[in-house]
Design a protein around this ligand. Structure first.
Ligand code: NAI
Length: 253
């Protein structure tokens, strides 16, 4: 399917995991994709393997970086139709033991980064007058709590409602810009590897995580990318301000 032919997409966190899988899928569907990441080398290496793709250095916590990156993509490609806000980090800690530094960093990357991505996404999409689609990576952790991820829960829960506010504002203004959130469960990416490797026995930890999933396994990043590609496409023209869970049944319990 070439549902995204002629569209231009900016993917934050595009050097790894879900962002990288999304970049590949959007390109397969015809989009010109820009992988924007703090990891410039990783983004450049990945972009070199995706037809028509390029890389941008972007620290999502920086307003100036977002302005420069969004303007650069709009200038180079003449438009921006899709923004995927996938850059994210996870920090562990309950309300009693999360450090203020970890709290602030988690909020800065996951929440400020998505806020700025939406803000600059709307700005450059609005300028073309052709509308567009923004897809924000929240998590099942934006819907249900975990005792040891206070900062991540707070950031991802906020992304969920920020998404709805962006969607309603754009609808009210008649911009033709849609905004939706995606809520994965465990996805096999370097982020999950880091989580699993924190345990004393990583194999055991991974098995335990999978055992808690009704479908009995973790997601592949390509499965999340398929949902993102749908939301980015015109097939989702009537879908905005909505939340899309992809968790193998975890939140159904
Ligand atoms: P990942 O760790 O594989 O990739 C994250 C990417 O974000 C990396 O390329 C990293 O360099 C980039 N990044 C980090 N800080 C940045 C910054 N300040 N500016 C720009 N780029 C930055 O992670 P993964 O698994 O692909 O996660 C993507 C998104 O999906 C995140 O928002 C994450 O919270 C969310 N998610 C992941 C789940 C999982 O199990 N892997 C589950 C639910 C949600």
């Amino acid at each position: 399917m070439r549902r995204l032919q002629g569209k231009v997409a900016l993917v934050s966190g595009g050097a790894s995991g879900i962002g990288l899988a999304s970049a590949r899928r959007l390109a397969e569907e015809g989009a010109e994709v820009v992988l924007a990441d703090l990891n410039r080398d990783g983004a450049e290496r990945a972009a070199a393997e995706i037809p028509g793709a390029s890389a941008e250095l972007l620290d999502v916590t920086s307003d100036a970086d977002w302005r420069r990156a969004a303007d650069a993509v709009a200038a180079r490609h003449g438009r921006v139709d899709i923004v995927v806000n996938s850059a994210g980090i996870v920090a562990f800690g309950s309300i009693e033991d999360v450090s203020l530094e970890d709290w602030r960093r988690t909020m800065a990357v996951n929440l400020d980064g998505t806020f700025l991505g939406c803000r600059h996404g709307v700005r450059v999409m609005k300028a073309t007058g052709r509308g567009g689609a923004i897809v924000n990576l929240s998590s099942v952790s934006g819907i249900i709590g975990g005792h040891n991820i206070a900062a991540y829960n707070a950031a991802k829960g906020a992304v969920r409602l920020l998404t709805k506010s962006v969607a309603l504002h754009c609808a009210r203004k008649g911009y033709g810009i849609r905004c939706n959130s995606v809520h994965p469960g465990f996805v096999e990416t370097p982020m999950l590897d880091a989580v699993v490797n924190q345990g004393r026995n990583p194999q055991d930890t991974r098995a335990k995580l999978q055992a808690g999933v009704p479908l009995g396994r973790n997601a592949r990043p390509e499965e999340v990318a398929a949902m993102i590609a749908y939301l980015a496409s015109d097939e989702a023209a009537f879908v905005t301000g909505a939340e899309f869970v992809i968790d193998g049944g975890v939140t159904a319990m």
